[in-house]
Design a binder for this molecule. Structure first.
Ligand code: NAD
Length: 307
């Protein structure tokens, strides 16, 4: 257990993450920061009131003052605006970039020794920006995307095939979006690649559903995008850091020559432990996999160029 985890942005993903962190007893205190002070306090109190059910002693605090993140061990960034009608991707990027810029000022000032997990979208670009702004060692600022995308692929395989979800391990790398790179070679059911167990047409359909995973939830829910599965994905990262688990997980990290890329933040397999991103695992890609990864990298780079 650590002393303090702060979540900036007490919206849906922030709230779901806070609830799961409390249930898993990963920290003594959770601070939720939002522009809307009353809302942040309401979220904190609502979760606090679940303590007797889940038997946690975690204290929840809601505030609009980023100074309250002082000395956090981990800071999670879930603040931002979603895309609204009439806005293109560049508009969202410009607004969320400004939000991240301010938040990073606060993190650098009040929690200079923390590990930072970026969740706000476009998550690859914002993770890059957070790294550039702080100029900390790259192991301390990372982004979440691939764990969620892999969770989705695993779920779709289980739903489609009836194999137990407990035996399914998926690996999705690259950017968080249309060009994500699901690696079927390394997506297995009890260690056996799905390439041996499912026909190509089924695999293609599962991959397409994974690419459209966020949109599928949005279309169904209408009133909001996904937040429970994203919150769970962030919790896996926090748990790996807090309990020094050295888990091998797909995370967004800055590359310095790995996979033939530099000056880019993108999803790759890493060892996640007590020092954050302890190590980047370099897989030997096939030509096709490398091509898909390079395409994904190119898309992120063109967005980075916009900033
Ligand atoms: P939401 O609208 O429910 O919550 C966002 C919150 O951020 C709001 O409460 C808002 O008041 C707050 N906020 C805005 N600017 C702020 C600032 N400067 N300081 C503090 N708080 C601020 O949105 P959500 O559904 O929780 O999604 C949050 C972000 O996470 C979005 O950018 C979304 O696209 C992203 N997301 C990423 C993933 C992923 O896998 N990386 C998954 C789901 C959502």
């Amino acid at each position: 257990m650590v002393n303090k985890i702060s979540i900036i942005g007490a919206g849906r993903v922030g709230e779901s993450t806070a609830q799961m962190l409390a249930i898993k007893k990963l920290t003594q205190q959770i601070v939720l920061i939002d522009l809307d002070e009353k809302y942040a306090k309401g979220v904190a109190l609502d979760i606090q009131e679940t303590a007797s059910v889940y038997h946690f002693d975690t204290q929840l605090v809601g505030s609009n003052d980023i100074a309250n993140i002082q000395d956090s061990n981990i800071v999670i960034i879930t603040a931002g605006i979603p895309r609204k009608p009439g806005m293109d991707r560049a508009d969202v990027l410009a607004i969320n970039l400004k939000i991240i810029d301010e938040i990073m000022d606060g993190i650098i000032k009040y929690a200079p020794n923390s590990y930072v997990i970026v969740v706000s979208n476009p998550v690859d670009v914002l993770t890059y920006y957070a790294n550039k702004k702080a100029n900390w060692p790259r192991n301390r600022i990372m982004g979440q995307a691939g764990i969620l995308d892999s969770m989705r692929l695993s779920s779709f395989i289980a739903i489609e095939t009836d194999y137990s979800i407990n035996d399914i391990q998926a690996m999705v790398l690259g950017g968080h979006g249309d060009t994500m790179v699901p690696l079927t070679r390394f997506t297995t059911i009890s260690g056996i690649s799905i390439e041996h167990l499912l026909d190509q047409k089924t695999i293609d359909q599962l991959i397409q559903r994974t690419r459209d995973g966020g949109a599928e939830i949005l279309n169904l829910k209408q009133k909001s995008s996904a937040y429970d599965a994203p919150g769970a994905a962030v919790t896996i990262m926090v748990e790996a850091i807090v309990h020094n688990k050295n888990r091998l997980l797909p995370c967004i990290t800055m590359l310095k020559g790995e996979y033939g890329q530099t000056d880019l933040a993108i999803g790759v397999p890493v060892i996640l432990g007590g020092n954050g991103v302890e190590k980047i695992i370099e897989l030997k890609f096939t030509e096709q996999e490398q091509q898909a990864f390079d395409t994904s990298a190119q898309v992120i780079k063109s967005l980075i160029d916009e900033i």
